[in-house]
Design a protein. Sequence first.
Length: 137
Amino acid sequence: MKVLGLDLGNKTLGIAISDEMKFLARDIETFRFEHQRFDQAIERVVTLCQKEPIDTIVLGFPKNMDNTEGEQALITKQFQSDLEEATQLPVILVDERLSSKSASNMMKTQKLSRKKRRKAIDQMAATIILQSYLDRH
């Protein structure tokens, strides 16, 4: 079985997946959807879960730097609940603070253009979120 990693935005969903041994995360895609049409993102995840042997979903949880929860955290919790209902799988929230910053720094190190970084930042963030979860487990 594999673990799916997600980085939710208002118009994008970064998606990553683990190997079957649950050691390594790799990026899959950045799924784009209409502004705050999270049902479209859920449909994409359900489709992926039907194609791959997924037993757990890890979802980046956007806390503020002072550890408080803002509006995006509330949206993420609702998405978590809706996703659990749609997939019948556990959806685990993982602190995603600085994941996008780490992803951007990694891509700068690889000397990717700004355009390529913008296109891949969400899936790279999902990969970082998932890898941090795999490393702890």
